[in-house]
Design a protein around this ligand. Structure first.
Ligand code: S3P
Length: 426
């Protein structure tokens, strides 16, 4: 159980753990590359550890000590058929990206995960991979886990994705790397582009044209050193902490500021928050900066359209900030929230309401009426890391002591969250 007391002030200079999306990809691409890949700044959270264990089960030697990882890549076809099911735990990124990779392999695997994974939609990746020629099955005609995959010779496709999802885009592009011809994916809005950037860092040619990304089949990856920046999705909880506790300021060092992820920065600024980017630089094709965040009075705004995929994981904590902002915040076009680790429209509304916040669910988002004084509550993460952390941030602004139940879920993406919060809370 995580206990959080109302804070007088949030202050300090901190780093957040490594980016989850980039950490997964570094291990996957390292395993498929020729030669050694070294990773520093790796996120040793449960999700990325699931990715490591899947590749170990297929005969890849991976050493991991905290945030340092060495992967002995054996080339794209150096994987061995695993003797057991691949367990992905709570990780949607692991199962969906690996569905693409497994579709290229000349053997059979079964992938499964926890209770939450069992409820998440898989046909969005299975459908296009089947079109390419992979033999994939799962419950409800491939909609749900366990997934059984027998890969083999694939044909390139031109795919118009109905959702802006980096997991869908990445699965198809990874399969496309071993398909005959040029595979293209077009999305309705740009989703995070870490796959495209990191494939280029591993020596692959990736073509981008607006919302379309293409790769030609038959390309090889070359192992290399990767430095993973701090995860902006984790930094978002600390940014919000500063915004909900008057008199606060934080310097958050070494945070990834890839434009496909910085919706949170745009929103905080649009709400009237003070946030400066310092020391901007590029590391392994990814932009990075230090963030100087200072408490400011916030006001409500509308969040919709292209912005949504750029902040989809931050919406639970944006709702917390909005409860402390003057006026109304409306979040639209975010129906994807319903298929995350939990239905995040339902869990944000049920948990944030316990503090006395005024949040109303809608079909594609929610409406939050600020500025509401919060009272401490006992909340349940429902096994969703971002719900647990968002509610802990609400606890910093709530009178009394908040208790977060099922807080072990937080380890999925932010090991050490509770200790870091204690360190910066005055
Ligand atoms: C991720 C993509 C996003 C995001 C998830 C990580 C990735 O999911 O919510 O936390 O690493 O590709 P979708 O692709 O389903 O939008």
């Amino acid at each position: 159980m995580l206990r959080v007391r109302q804070a007088q002030k949030i202050e300090g200079t901190i780093c957040v753990p490594g980016d989850k999306s980039i950490s997964h990809r570094a291990v996957m691409f390292g395993a498929l590359a020729n030669g050694t890949t070294t990773i520093e700044g790796f996120l040793p959270g449960a999700d990325c550890l699931s990715t490591i264990s899947c590749f170990r089960s297929m005969g890849i030697a991976i050493e991991q000590q905290d945030d340092k990882v060495t992967v002995q890549g054996k080339g794209w076809y150096g994987l061995q058929e695993p003797s057991e099911h691949l367990e992905v735990g709570n990780s949607g990124t692991t199962i969906r990206l690996m569905a693409g990779i497994m579709s290229t392999q000349p053997f059979h695997v079964v992938m499964e995960g926890d209770e939450s994974i069992a409820k998440r939609p898989m046909r969005r990746v299975i459908g296009p991979l089947r079109q390419m020629g992979a033999k994939i099955d799962g419950r409800k005609d491939g909609e749900f886990t366990p997934l059984s995959i027998r890969g083999g010779d694939l044909q390139a496709i031109t795919y118009q994705s109905p959702v802006a999802s980096a997991q869908v885009k990445s699965a198809i592009l990874l399969a496309g790397l071993q398909a005959k011809g040029v595979t293209s994916v077009t999305e309705p809005h740009l989703s995070r582009d870490h796959t495209e950037r990191m494939l280029q860092a591993f020596g692959v040619q990736v073509l981008r044209d607006g919302l379309t990304v293409s790769v030609e089949g038959g390309q090889e990856l070359q192992g290399r050193a990767i430095s993973v920046p701090g995860d902006i999705s984790s930094a978002a909880f600390l940014i919000a902490a500063v915004m909900v506790v008057p008199g606060s300021s934080l310097l958050i060092e070494n945070v990834g500021i890839n434009p496909s992820r910085t919706g949170i920065i745009d929103v905080v600024k649009a709400m009237g928050g003070s946030l400066e980017l310092l020391n901007e630089r590029i590391v392994n094709e990814e932009p990075v900066a230090d963030l100087l965040v200072t408490h400011s009075e916030l006001h409500g705004i509308e969040i919709a359209g292209d912005l949504i995929p750029r902040l989809i994981d931050e919406i639970p904590v944006i709702a917390v900030m909005a409860s402390q902002a003057k006026g109304k915040t409306v979040i639209r076009d975010a129906e994807e929230l319903k298929v995350k680790e939990t239905d995040r429209i339902a869990t944000v509304v049920s948990q944030l309401s316990k503090f006395g916040a005024k949040v109303t669910p809608t079909d594609d988002g929610m409406i939050i009426e600020g500025q509401t004084p919060l009272t401490a509550a006992t909340i349940d993460s429902h096994g969703d890391h971002r719900i647990g952390m968002a509610m802990a941030i609400a606890g910093l602004a709530a009178s009394g002591e908040t208790v977060v139940e099922n807080d072990e879920a937080i380890d999925v993406s932010f090991p050490g969250f509770g200790q870091l919060l204690e360190k910066v809370s005055k």
